[in-house]
Ligand binder design. Structure first.
Ligand code: SIN
Length: 504
C-alpha cells in the first residue's frame, strides 16, 4: 500500500503564518538535506492517528556528517567572544517569541499537546534560551591562593566540545532548547536528534537558529525512525569527537546510553524517568493541594516525567480531598490539541493507551475503587483512538503495578496514610528520584520532610516547579546532571587548572 502524504503546508487547520517553518529535512553544516540513503520516516497526528508528513530516516552516515561539521565548527565557535555568542542566542530567543504561535501549532499537531499549553511551552523553552544568553558572559574561573611561593595558580573553564543532544517527545520544544542553549552559551557545538514522534518543532527551532545567524556547523540536527535512531545515535556513542551526551527519556534507554558510550568516556547528563510522590498532610490547605495536583498531574495530559504518580492523602482529609478533586477532574475538557478549549489531548500513541489501561485494570483487579474515568474516550469532539478519560482510583496499595511504574497519562491513584514516618518510607520506596511534592502548613514539618525526601526537585505547597532559573534533574534511577540555572551551564564546561611557576 503506498503512503499518501498530505501537504501540511496547505492544510488550513494548521494555518502557520510562516509555512516555511515546517521543515522536513536534516540540517547539517548550514544546509538542509535529505538522508544520505534517501530513507523517510512518517510523522503521525495523534489526534487522528494519521500520517501527515515525513522527515528523513537518518542513519550513521548522516549522524557522522553532522559530527564532522560540529567538530570542524568547534575550532572557531569556542573562540567566538562570549558577548557575540550571547547576542546570537538573544536573537534566537527573540525569533522564538515572534514565531511562538507557529511553533505551538506545530507542537500541538505532532504531539497532541493542547494549544494553550503548547503556547506556554514556547514561552517556557524561550525562557531557557534567554537565561543562557544572559549566562554566557557570566561564566567565571578561580584565582587560587598559591600553595607554594613563586607560583600563580588558577582554574579556567572551557567548553567540553561537541555535544550530542537526544530529546524526548513530551516537550518537543523546551527539552531541546534547554540542552542546545547552554551548550552554545558554553562554546560547544551540537549534533541533535529529536524524538521520532515529534521532529517538526525541533526542526523549526533550528530553522530559527539559522535565521538568527548561527554559523554553519555549530548546530546540526538529524531526524530518524526508532530503528534509524539506534544507528544514528550509535555512531555518536562510539565517536570520540563527541565529548558529551545529554539525554532526556526513559531509565532503561539512559542506562543503555551510559553503557554504550563508556568506551569513549563521554560526559553525560541523563534526565530519566520518575515516580513522583505527592503527599497531602492533615494540616494542608486542601483546596490548594487539589489545585497543585491538578496543575502538576494534568500538565501535558499527564505525560510529564515530574508528574505526580502516587498521591498519598492523610486519612483525616481523604474524603474532603476526593470530593474536591473529583469535581475538578470531571470538569476537564478532553479534545483535540488544536481546539482552543481542550485541556486533555490525545496520548502520544497506542502504546501509551495500553499502558494506562494495564495500570487501571491491574489496580481494579486488586481492589482499587474507581472514582471517575477509567476508560478510553471516543466521541464527536475527541474523535480518535488515543484519548483517555481523566481518571481517579481510590484505595490504591503498594502491590499494584502503578505504584512502581510511571503511568505517563491522566491517572491519579490515591493512597491513604495516617503517620508521617510511614508515608515518608512509602514515598521513598522507589528506585526513582526525580520529583516529589507535599502540602502542609507546619513550618517544622516542611524542613523535616523536604530533608528526607529522596528526589532532585521538591515542590512544597506547589505542584509545578520547573523554571529556567532552577536546576532540574534527578537522583537514583532518575539520572544525573542538571538543566537550567547557572548549574546547567556547568554541565557543558570542564575545568582546566593552570600553574605558572618560577615567579619569585
Ligand atoms: C519532563 O517531563 O521531562 C520535563 C518536565 C518539565 O520541564 O517540567
Amino acid at each position: 500500500m503506498s503512503l499518501v502524504i498530505k501537504n501540511i503546508q496547505q492544510d488550513s487547520t494548521l494555518a502557520l503564518s510562516r509555512p516555511e517553518l515546517m521543515r522536513t529535512q536534516n540540517f547539517i553544516d548550514g544546509k538542509w538535506c535529505d538522508a544520505v540513503k534517501g530513507g523517510w520516516h512518517e510523522v503521525n497526528d495523534p489526534a487522528t492517528d494519521t500520517v501527515f508528513t515525513r522527515v528523513p530516516d537518518s542513519t550513521a552516515e548522516d549522524a557522522n556528517a553532522a559530527a564532522n561539521a560540529a567538530s570542524r565548527a568547534f575550532k572557531s565557535w569556542r573562540n567566538v567572544s562570549a558577548r557575540e555568542r550571547a547576542n546570537l542566542l538573544k536573537r534566537w530567543h527573540q525569533l522564538i517569541l515572534e514565531n511562538s504561535e507557529d511553533l505551538a501549532r506545530l507542537m500541538s499537531r505532532e504531539q497532541g499537546k493542547p494549544l494553550a499549553e503548547a503556547r506556554g511551552e514556547a514561552a517556557y523553552g524561550a525562557a531557557y534560551v534567554e537565561w543562557f544568553a544572559e549566562q554566557t558572559t557570566r561564566s567565571t574561573g578561580d584565582v587560587l591562593v598559591p600553595g607554594t611561593p613563586g607560583r600563580q595558580q588558577m582554574v579556567v573553564r572551557e567548553p567540553v566540545g561537541v555535544v550530542a543532544a537526544v530529546t524526548p517527545w513530551n516537550f518537543p520544544l523546551a527539552m531541546i532548547a534547554r540542552k542546545i542553549a547552554p551548550a552554545l552559551a558554553a562554546g560547544c557545538t551540537v549534533v541533535a536528534k529529536p524524538a521520532e514522534d515529534t521532529p517538526l518543532t525541533a526542526l523549526a527551532l533550528v530553522a530559527l537558529a539559522e535565521e538568527a545567524g548561527l554559523p554553519a556547523g555549530v548546530l546540526n540536527i538529524v531526524t530518524a525512525s526508532r530503528t534509524g535512531t539506534q544507528d544514528a545515535v550509535g555512531s555518536w556513542l562510539s565517536d570520540s569527537r563527541v565529548r558529551k551526551l545529554t539525554f532526556t527519556g526513559s531509565t532503561p534507554v539512559g542506562k543503555y546510553l551510559a553503557r554504550a558510550s563508556s568506551d569513549t568516556l563521554k560526559r553525560l547528563s541523563l534526565e530519566l524517568g520518575g515516580n513522583a510522590p505527592f503527599i497531602v498532610f492533615e494540616d494542608a490547605d486542601v483546596a490548594a493541594a487539589v489545585d497543585g495536583l491538578m496543575r502538576g498531574k494534568f500538565r501535558n495530559s499527564g505525560q510529564t516525567c515530574v508528574s505526580p504518580n502516587r498521591v498519598y492523602v492523610h486519612d483525616s482529609v481523604y474524603t474532603q480531598f476526593v470530593e474536591q478533586l473529583k469535581a475538578a477532574v470531571e470538569a476537564l475538557r478532553v479534545g483535540p490539541a488544536e481546539r482552543e478549549d481542550s485541556q486533555i489531548g490525545p496520548m502520544i500513541n497506542g502504546r501509551a493507551i495500553e499502558k494506562i489501561e494495564r495500570h487501571v485494570l491491574d489496580a481494579l483487579d486488586q481492589g482499587a475503587t474507581l472514582i471517575t474515568g477509567g476508560q478510553s474516550v471516543r466521541n464527536d469532539v475527541a474523535d480518535g483512538p488515543f484519548y483517555y478519560a481523566p481518571t481517579i482510583l481510590g484505595d490504591v496499595t503498594a502491590s499494584m503495578t502503578l505504584n512502581c511504574e510511571e503511568t505517563f497519562g491522566p491517572l491519579v491513584p490515591l493512597f491513604r496514610f495516617t503517620e508521617e514516618q510511614d508515608v515518608m518510607t512509602r514515598a521513598n520506596d522507589t528506585s526513582y528520584g526525580l520529583a516529589a511534592y507535599f502540602y502542609t502548613q507546619d513550618p517544622a514539618r516542611i524542613w523535616r520532610v523536604a530533608g528526607q525526601l529522596e528526589a532532585g526537585v521538591i515542590g512544597i505547597n506547589e505542584g509545578v516547579v520547573a523554571s529556567e532559573v532552577a536546576p532540574f534533574g534527578g537522583i537514583k534511577d532518575s539520572g544525573y546532571g542538571r538543566e537550567g540555572s547557572h548549574y546547567g551551564l556547568d554541565d557543558y564546561l570542564q575545568f582546566k587548572y593552570l600553574c605558572q611557576g618560577n615567579l619569585a
